[in-house]
Ligand binder design. Structure first.
Ligand code: MEV
Length: 440
């Protein structure tokens, strides 16, 4: 019988598990064993994971893979990727190798500005509010100084605060729209702390602002929060080569490949049904590196898709062209990332991933992540416009199917060899494993 529970978070881990398995599972012991199988034998490490979130009952593993041979602005990288989808790391590695022989990836950070807003209501004369804002702006920045001083020493901090009038959308609604430079930190805590201080000063000082009427003195703060939409925290990654160097495959000429590839990108530029899948492929690469490096993939996802819709229609994040016989394929996307703070100094695998990437600055990580997205997109479009996606996908998926059938290592070797020359489908694999087992 399912039941509600109060005080759950205060129970010990084992009591939480007891309650959960007794309430929801038919086989309590088996369920507990599954959970315990994933506990780390190193108690300190387990405690670290337990304390990342509330009510931890076990660890949820994702594979951490690496994709070598990425040449980015003349420097070699092996990129760590945390992802469960079978074909992603293989595709990234293939794309890295392909472009390694053609000059590698070129990248550039375009901007690094982050945004936060204090949303508030004011029902009075707009000119009075503007006067108040101009009067109080230096004090907003001054009162936040204890929060910003360290960031300022390193060259970051508050860049500007604007008053934005949103009353045409919601009567009485205004914003303090602030921009920040947070250097190597993702900066969420820094920005939110500054915003909460702005809100406090903004509300309190209004009470003694002589030019306000008594009604105008009552500013109502709705909320203060960073925006994950950062269209001015932008990075560009690109690859290019002579059209004639494009094809490795006898079945398609370089010119034909370039033309088909560009058509595929153009379709994603104008057709949202295709653009979502196209960008999903980009995010396969982006998210995997974002996760491996301890960054917030939900923020990155939300922002990427908002940016992809910035012109009023959801569109491709990548673009391609041929000019003067040169094929160029590029991506421009917003990426608010950090290489200090958050999980970066805590999670042992995040630390390892950052070391593998030569301890990048946030700007360097933006470039690496954009490259992973572009590489993934290149690999997907290359397959889609030539062999089709299923050939590669199903080859990688083969191992998942074999694992579902608890295949032994010998069975795996035999069937991997078999499917090198036969088409992988779910039913073909099931049949092959059954045949093999009948023979033995
Ligand atoms: C699958 O995870 C990603 C693709 O669908 C991307 C694409 O279609 O471009 C292959």
């Amino acid at each position: 019988m399912c039941a509600s529970i109060s005080g759950f978070s205060k129970l010990s881990k084992s009591k939480k598990i007891d309650w959960m398995v007794e309430t929801y599972f038919s086989n309590a012991e088996e369920t507990k064993n599954v959970l315990k199988q994933y506990w780390n034998t190193n108690d300190k490490l387990q405690q670290l994971h337990d304390e990342f979130i509330e009510n931890t009952i076990t660890n949820y593993y994702l594979p951490l893979g690496v994709a070598p041979n990425f040449l980015i602005n003349g420097k070699f990288y092996t990129i760590p990727m945390a992802i469960e989808e079978s074909s992603v790391v293989a595709a990234a590695s293939k794309a890295a190798k392909f472009w390694l022989d053609r000059g590698g990836f070129k990248t550039k950070v375009i901007s690094t500005t982050k945004i936060g807003q204090v949303h508030f209501m004011f029902h009075g004369a707009i000119d009075s509010l503007k006067n108040y804002f101009n009067h109080i702006k230096p004090k907003l920045i001054q009162d936040a100084h204890p929060i910003t001083k360290n960031m300022e020493k390193r060259g970051g901090g508050i860049m500007d605060i604007e008053l934005r009038d949103k009353t045409s959308d919601i009567p009485g609604y205004f914003q303090l729209h602030a921009s920040f430079e947070t250097l190597d930190a993702m900066g969420a805590n820094f920005i939110n702390s500054c915003l909460e201080q702005f809100a406090k000063t903004f509300k309190a000082e209004a009470l003694t602002f002589d030019a306000f009427t008594s009604d105008e003195k009552d500013i109502q703060i709705v909320m203060s929060i960073l925006s994950n939409y950062v269209p001015e925290c932008l990075v560009r990654a690109e690859v290019s080569c002579k059209v004639e160097d494009l094809s490795e495959d006898q079945s398609i000429s370089s010119e034909e490949f370039a033309a088909k590839f560009i058509q595929a990108v153009k379709i994603a530029e104008i057709e949202p049904y295709r653009a979502v899948t196209h960008n999903k492929g980009i995010m396969n690469g982006v998210d995997a590196v974002v996760l491996a490096t301890g960054n917030d993939f939900r923020a990155i996802e939300a922002c990427a898709h908002a940016y992809a819709s910035r012109k009023g229609r959801y569109s491709s994040l990548s673009h391609a062209k041929v000019e003067n016989g040169i094929f160029t394929f590029w991506i421009e996307m917003p990426l608010a990332l950090g290489t200090v703070g958050g999980l970066t100094g805590l999670h042992p695998l995040v630390k390892l991933s950052l070391e593998l990437l030569h301890h990048p600055t946030a700007k360097e990580l933006m470039q690496i992540v954009a490259v992973a997205g572009l590489a993934q997109n290149f690999a997907a479009l290359r397959s889609l416009t030539t062999t089709g996606i299923q050939q590669g996908h199903m080859k990688m998926h083969l191992m998942n199917i074999l694992n579902q059938f608890d295949a032994t290592n010998i069975e795996k070797d035999t069937l991997t060899a078999h499917f090198k020359v036969n088409t992988v489908t779910h039913s073909a694999v099931v049949e092959a494993i059954q045949q093999l087992r009948l023979k033995n």
